[in-house]
Design a protein around this ligand. Structure first.
Ligand code: HEC
Length: 139
C-alpha cells in the first residue's frame, strides 16, 4: 500500500501534463477556426466540403493526411499550383499564397484542419511549421 501511494504523485504529474497538452490543443483548434473563417472558408466553405469542381474539399480529403502535412503547410503559405487531384477529381485552378500568415497562424490553422477535417488530433507546433517552410521556401 505504501509503495502504491508513492506512485500517486507521479501519476498526478503525468495526468496534468496530458491535460495541459489537451488544453493547448483545444486552444489551437479554436484559434485555428478563426483563421480558417477569415482566410479559407470563402472557397473551401465553412463545412470544408469545397465547391463543385472549383474548390476541393478539406473534409475527408485524401490529400489532407498526416503523411502530406509538410506539403499542406507549404501549400497554405506559398499556394498550390494546379492541377491537383483530390478524391479522384482534378482541380485546375491554383490556390493563392498566404504571405500574411505567421508561423503561429499556420500552426493553429493546421491543428484545426487536421483535427476537424483530417481526423488526426495531433498538435502542429510552430517549430514544425518553421521547419516545413524552410524546406520549401520560395522567393
Ligand atoms: C481563392 C480560393 C481559395 C482560398 C481562399 C483557399 N483555397 Fe485552398 N485550394 C483552392 C484551390 C483552387 C485548390 C486546388 C489547387 C490546385 O489545383 O492546385 C486548393 C487546395 C487546397 C488544399 C489541398 C487539397 C485538398 O483539398 O486537400 C488544401 C489543404 C487547402 N487548399 C487548404 C486551404 C487553407 C487552409 C486555406 C486558408 C488559408 C485555403 N485553402 C484558402 C482554393 C482556395
Amino acid at each position: 500500500m505504501k509503495r502504491l501511494l508513492s506512485f500517486l504523485p507521479v501519476l498526478a504529474i503525468l495526468a496534468s501534463c496530458q491535460s495541459e497538452q489537451e488544453v493547448k490543443r483545444q486552444q489551437y483548434v479554436s484559434e485555428g477556426l478563426e483563421v480558417y473563417k477569415k482566410h479559407c472558408s470563402n472557397c473551401h466553405q465553412p463545412d470544408g466540403k469545397g465547391m463543385a469542381k472549383l474548390y476541393p474539399p478539406l473534409a475527408d480529403s485524401d490529400y489532407l493526411t498526416a503523411a502530406n502535412r509538410n506539403a499542406v503547410l507549404c501549400g497554405i503559405r506559398y499556394g498550390f499550383h494546379a492541377p491537383l487531384t483530390v478524391n479522384g477529381q482534378v482541380y485546375r485552378q491554383s490556390m493563392p499564397a498566404n504571405p500574411q500568415l505567421k508561423p503561429l497562424d499556420v500552426a493553429v490553422l493546421m491543428t484545426f484542419l487536421s483535427s476537424k477535417f483530417g481526423k488526426d488530433p495531433a498538435i502542429t507546433e510552430v517549430a514544425d511549421v518553421e521547419k516545413a517552410l524552410a524546406d520549401c521556401r520560395q522567393p
